[in-house]
Design a protein around this ligand. Structure first.
Ligand code: AMP
Ligand code: MG
Length: 411
């Protein structure tokens, strides 16, 4: 492999592809009660044990009839002989001259073949007048119409969200097998960093990256091991690397990854493991170290709070999803007019922070969220999307079409 030190900046798409090719899903799975499986990834395909619906039923409120036996023209009066409610079936059998009042989801009575909706009939006492032309099978849901027994309902690699919990419950399945949660050890590096609760001295700042990381990792459903702040000392960084690699599947650090005097992260990865990728042609977030540390995967994020978040979403999150066995999902991207001018120099793929908005006609557009410095977390907090400007692009004039990646589903 080429010496990463001398390699030029790698395009983001290529870097992500290399990383995803290096990683394969972690072994191990566990059986969980359905509710606890929310946000986890299915370890095996889910097979339906039943037909859904399990019985023939009505799709509408109306009257169950034998449409096949009705005259082709004119109205016909049928005797209403009973009712079928969801959970309370009509027990008898229907003759051609009879009808049963029926509600949505209720079982279709024996002998009936169709449902005429209540808006189309006239009721007089125990007689219901039905117009001609009710189609055979109208408003009837057949057993197994939704899912048939033995059918694959969900594939392995599907992340279980609220619709999946409901779908699995509708099959009567109380427990599911999901992939193991990866163990992620993470720490911040920097002599200037103080933890919450400590007083700030001059030239010191509070460590915020461990909080954004805590949030982003929690949302992914991984197991978190927060190792705190490590000072900028070679021995301390090496010791933290060893400790983290011994307990985790993945080690994530922030800071100390550029080329400053006190940036020991890449050096430690070279000494104790293997650097597979460094420097990516993106902004913010150019320095990013990826590699192997003992038996763990390693991601060294840049220290600037916005850079750490952008590189997490663009690189680490897809990687962790792969380790969790999830099918890969491309972020949604839209092309929208940008109502603010954007500053950019050609060279690197740029992720600016944007806000979606609607004009008076309901047309969607985007604007930048003020100051775009990579240390300004407020620009992330105000944003609901990334504005993605291609590497070769220069500054963008107001009104130009830009690519937008909404955060929805990403954060
Ligand atoms: P570094 O990559 O260590 O050179 O850090 C780049 C910038 O990000 C510096 O201004 C650091 O003070 C800041 N920084 C690094 N780590 C953190 C952190 N955990 N929380 C907030 N800011 C940080
Ligand atoms: Mg630092």
């Amino acid at each position: 492999m080429a010496d990463p030190k001398s390699s030029p900046l790698m395009p983001l798409g290529e870097a992500r592809q290399r990383i995803l090719t290096d990683l394969s899903p972690l072994p191990g799975s566990e059986q969980l009660p359905l509710r606890s499986a929310l946000g986890r990834v299915l370890a095996a395909p889910l097979i339906s044990p039943i037909d859904v619906p399990s019985y023939v039923n009505s799709a509408m409120d109306g009257y169950a009839i034998r449409a096949g036996d009705l005259p082709q023209s004119g109205e016909v009066g049928l005797t209403v002989i009973g009712e079928s409610f969801a959970g309370h079936a009509f027990e008898g059998t229907l003759a051609a001259t009879q009808a049963v009042r029926i509600m949505t989801g209720a079982p279709l009575p024996q002998g009936a073949d169709s449902v005429v909706i209540q808006e189309r009939v006239r009721r007089e006492g125990e007689t219901v007048f039905v117009p001609a032309g009710v189609k055979l099978g109208a408003n009837v849901r057949l057993a197994g119409e939704d899912l048939t027994r033995g059918e694959r309902v969900l594939e392995a690699g599907k992340r279980l969200l609220p619709p999946e919990l409901g779908l699995i419950a509708s099959l009567g399945i109380p427990e599911v097998r999901v992939t193991r949660r990866p163990r992620i050890a993470f720490f911040s590096t920097g002599d200037e960093l103080r933890s919450l609760g400590e007083p700030l001295g001059s030239g010191e700042i509070y460590d915020s990256n461990r909080y954004t990381l805590h949030g982003m990792l929690s949302r992914l459903g991984v197991e978190l091991l927060d190792l705190g702040v490590i000072p900028d000392q070679r021995e301390a960084v090496h010791a933290a690397f060893e400790q983290a690699a011994a307990m985790a599947d993945v080690v994530i650090t922030s800071g100390g990854v550029s080329v400053g005097e006190a940036d020991y992260v890449k050096e430690a990865l070279e000494a104790l493991g293997e650097v597979r990728l460094w420097k990516i042609a993106m902004k913010p977030g150019k320095p990013l170290a990826f590699g192997r540390l003992r038996q763990a995967w390693f991601f060294g994020l840049p220290g600037n709070p916005v850079s750490a978040m952008v590189t997490f979403y663009q690189i680490v999150q897809p990687a962790l999803r792969r380790l969790m066995g999830e099918e890969q999902v491309e972020p949604i991207s839209l092309h929208l007019p940008c109502t603010t001018a954007l500053k950019k120099e050609p060279g690197r793929l740029d992720f600016q922070r944007g806000q979606l908005q609607r004009d008076a006609n309901g047309q969607l557009s985007v604007r930048a969220t003020g100051s775009q410095g990579s240390h300004i977390l407020r620009s992330m907090s105000l944003a609901d999307c990334f504005i993605v400007l291609p590497a070769e692009s220069g500054s963008v004039e107001a009104g130009s079409l830009v690519e937008v990646q909404p955060f929805a589903g990403m954060m």
